[in-house]
Design a protein around this ligand. Structure first.
Ligand SMILES: Nc1ncnc2c1ncn2[C@@H]1O[C@H](COP(=O)(O)OP(=O)(O)OP(=O)(O)O)[C@@H](O)[C@H]1O
Ligand SMILES: [Mg+2]
Length: 385
């Protein structure tokens, strides 16, 4: 088990500065969104988008310095932008998802955030968590299955560019095809759900080293350069936490609503508050909280064990004046089916776990409809293209 921690990483980064810079990267406030997961480190280097190429050597220096630390297994340092690059000429963005700067940036940041809709996509549901490893991706794929089983046209976008897990959980691999003109990418499909993930574009088990493309640019390409077609709902599996990638996404993408997934532990629940506050700050409606790994039902004796405590998410939802959407038990078969590439809602559609997801999807479906109806009254949707 690696014991490298955030503080140690910050200390090392304090030793990094460009040849002509009076201050190190930490003092200049360039290091953001530091995430440490079992020796796998990710952070962003915030730069002026106009000068991204200039900053590439500094990004590399940061990455190398952290990689040399004992206990570090992989480092992902990403150049990212405070503000967006100017809007490119229409049609100028080439397809091909692994490169280029700011290809599909939305509108210029005018202070008044403008959100670019995705043609044909009726609603976007963001699945978020304040903390990593709480089962956000498992929840997202199973909710996608549940929506599809109830007859909706569903898409699933894996925005977790640091640790994409949708391909594995949906049993998909290989590179997606491009449209004949090479301008856009076709999503892959599993169980009737259209899927897109950065994981399709890099080999599995390869630590993802971002060599320059910016985080938001990647996410925007995954959203806007993909031929989603007509969708009733597009689920977005966000990266864990409340860092820049999440915030930028919440500010720029027309999210109909967000759900926050949590386990019942106090520490996870503390982060739920941060997640809820983040969405509120950027005026994204929060549909509620889902408690995952809520309890364990012993398959042989039927005993219900509340391993991480129980009911904490419901209480937090109440405190934070948002809805509690339901609970998903902890069960080996949920994990096994996810690992095997067939989410449990599809593998055991009549089982009690599928029913738990189905129930939550039903509640969310109602909330999506209500939000769309309110949206239509207060701010009629502008149809683009
Ligand atoms: N209800 C559940 N019962 C049993 N195992 C579960 C359950 N939910 C998730 N898991 C397992 O827990 C692990 C973490 O889940 P998952 O990858 O969905 O979490 P995450 O929040 O998306 O993590 P990350 O922060 O790494 O993106 C996986 O191995 C998954 O199969
Ligand atoms: Mg995940």
């Amino acid at each position: 088990m690696s014991d490298v921690n955030e503080q140690a990483i910050i200390e090392v980064l304090r030793g990094v500065r460009g040849p002509d810079d009076p201050q190190d990267v930490v003092s200049r406030g360039l290091i953001q969104g530091l995430q440490v997961r079992n020796g796998h480190i990710a952070f962003t280097v915030e730069v002026d988008p106009e000068r991204a190429a200039h900053f590439e050597p500094l990004r590399k220096q940061c990455e190398d310095a952290v990689f040399d630390m004992p206990g570090v297994l992989s480092v992902t340092a990403v150049l990212t932008a405070h503000q967006e690059a100017p809007t490119p000429q229409k049609g100028g963005a080439k397809g091909g998802m692994e490169g280029g700067k700011g290809g599909m940036q939305g509108q210029e940041d005018t202070g008044q955030q403008q959100k670019k809709t995705i043609p044909g996509v009726r609603a976007i549901l963001a699945v978020a968590s304040g903390k990593g490893g709480v089962g956000k991706s498992t929840t997202a794929v199973n909710l996608a299955m549940a929506f599809a089983r109830s007859g909706l046209r569903v898409g699933l976008m894996d925005a977790d560019i640091y640790g994409p897990s949708v391909p594995k959980m949906m049993g998909l691999s290989g590179r997606p095809d491009a449209t004949p003109d090479g301008q856009k990418v076709l999503p892959k499909e599993a169980f009737g759900v259209k899927c897109m993930s950065i994981g399709f574009l890099v080999p599995e088990d390869t630590p993802m080293i971002w060599r320059g493309p910016m985080v938001m640019s990647a996410i925007q390409q995954l959203l806007y350069e993909v031929v989603w077609g007509e969708l009733d709902i597009l689920l977005v599996d966000l990266p864990p936490g409340t860092g820049d990638a999440q915030l930028t996404m919440a500010q720029h993408v027309p999210i109909t609503g967000a759900v926050v997934v949590s386990t019942p532990q106090d520490v996870a629940l503390l982060d739920v508050r941060k997640g809820l506050n983040m969405f509120r700050k950027v005026d994204v409606p929060v549909f509620g909280v889902i408690e995952n790994m809520s309890y364990f039902l012993c398959p042989s004796c039927g005993h219900r064990a509340e391993i991480f405590g129980h009911g904490g998410a419901q209480e937090t939802a109440g405190d934070m004046e948002t809805d509690f959407l339901g609970e998903i038990p902890l069960h080996l078969s949920i994990r096994e089916h996810a690992d095997a590439g067939t989410p449990i809602v599809m593998a055991e559609p009549d089982g009690e776990y599928a029913k738990a997801y189905q129930k939550i999807a039903g509640r969310l479906g109602e909330k999506v409809e209500r939000a769309l109806a309110e949206d239509a009254v207060t701010a009629p949707r502008i149809v683009i293209e």
